[in-house]
Ligand binder design. Structure first.
Ligand SMILES: Nc1nc2c(ncn2[C@@H]2O[C@H](COP(=O)(O)OP(=O)(O)OP(=O)(O)O)[C@@H](O)[C@H]2O)c(=O)[nH]1
Ligand SMILES: [Mg+2]
Length: 363
């Protein structure tokens, strides 16, 4: 999925102590390149293992890995999957089936519009192709769902800029920081050197959490004593340019789209990143908790209106997510889904693949 670009490996910088995080007002529109704290594994006086455990044994072969994350995705979507699959068992192709299908799709968070679209298309297909048995109708639905979700499938292209600057946003607890940690590992596998910016200057321990992820990946984390996230982001971009790293990822504090001043702050971070490097951020991502249901759509719209999103990451699809919300997103605001999160560990991030996703959903 990733484009391949051979780069030199990132060197570990000489660690400096981390300054205490003193919250401060942020009046400057363009922050000075303030003295940043740079941290790698060594200076963190935290028991990372206890705070953010990363202990589970990971499968070794690629085939095992694939089986493992597909199993978790399937397990996560199993309720929706059961509902949808069971409908077709021994079913007659009649109005009852369409009605039950409508309920199941709505229950899966697909929303009215996507549900109606899928049902209309299915009725047409059943008629045109003269489908008579339930298995064939199920296969037709699967095909239509893949078709609907395919526009969301787009690989994140690396190596287009030096550095490629990515800003990560989302509501509280969506999985932003975890996703950044997982992405750092993905990118290192693609020979990309990575720099992280601790742009969540709001939540207690947010900076330390990012540093633990940095430590796991042996990646530098830029943070500042100032409480201005735009200043941290600006500084990270400057630092990324100076060090010649391939990817800079800027973490941000969680916020609700209804908190207008915080949405303004997000716009400011984006603007200031652009002052650090022309055309940056090159990727503006929204991380969505897959369990959010139909509200996810409102989040996509609000963050897209504010930031002009370039991509989404849907997390926690290993949990109790219903999955249908991707259909709603595809119909109303088709921002590409670069990755899906299927667990809390470093390897639990996968490029979104429409066919695989629908297979997990429909069997
Ligand atoms: N099961 C599961 N849990 C996840 C996934 N992604 C993140 N989490 C968990 O979700 C919780 C919140 O993750 P964070 O990365 O801290 O979320 P955040 O968006 O940075 O949160 P704030 O910074 O507080 O807004 C943590 O317990 C993560 O381990 C996933 O794909 N699956
Ligand atoms: Mg966070």
């Amino acid at each position: 999925m990733f484009s391949f670009f051979k780069r030199k490996k990132q060197e570990t910088p000489v660690p400096e102590p981390v300054a205490p995080n003193v919250p401060a007002p942020a009046p400057e529109p363009i922050p000075e390149p303030a003295p940043a704290s740079v941290a790698t594994a060594a200076p963190i006086a935290l028991d990372a293992g206890e705070l953010f455990p990363e202990t589970a044994e990971r499968p070794t072969t690629e085939a095992e890995k694939k089986q493992s994350w597909m199993a978790r995705l399937k397990a996560g979507l199993s309720k929706t999957s059961n509902n949808l699959s069971l409908l077709f068992v021994g079913a007659r192709i009649d109005e009852d089936l369409y009605e039950e299908l409508e309920s199941a799709l709505l229950m899966s968070d697909a929303g009215m519009d996507a549900t109606q679209h899928l049902l209309d298309a299915l009725r047409r297909k059943v008629k045109e192709d003269k489908l008579l048995d339930a298995a064939a109708v199920k296969a037709a639905l699967k095909e239509l769902m893949v078709e609907l979700l395919l526009p969301l499938q787009k690989p994140l292209e690396l190596g287009r800029h030096e550095p490629l600057v990515m800003m990560i946003s989302g509501v509280n607890g969506a999985g932003k920081t975890t996703t950044i940690g997982k992405l750092a590992k993905h990118m290192q596998r693609e020979d990309q050197s990575v720099l992280l910016a601790a742009g969540d200057t709001f939540r207690a321990a947010a900076r330390e959490q990012l540093m633990v992820w940095g430590q796991r990946n042996n990646v530098t984390v830029i943070s500042q004593a100032s409480g201005d996230p735009a200043a941290v982001a600006f500084d990270a971009v400057q630092s990324g340019k100076a060090r010649g790293v391939d990817v800079v990822m800027v973490d941000t504090a969680g916020r609700l789209p209804t908190q207008l001043h915080l949405m303004e702050e997000l716009k400011k971070i984006k603007r200031v990143i652009g002052k650090g490097m022309d055309g940056a951020p090159h990727e503006t991502l929204l991380v969505i908790d897959g369990n959010t249901g139909q509200n996810a759509l409102a989040q996509v719209k609000a963050f897209d209106d504010a930031l002009q999103l370039t991509g989404l990451v849907i997390t926690k699809l290993d949990g109790t997510a219903k999955g249908g919300v991707l259909a709603a997103i595809a119909r109303t605001r088709p921002v590409p889904v670069y990755f899906i999160g299927v667990g809390e560990k470093l390897d639990d991030l996968q490029p979104f693949d429409a066919e695989e996703f629908v297979t997990a959903l429909l069997g």
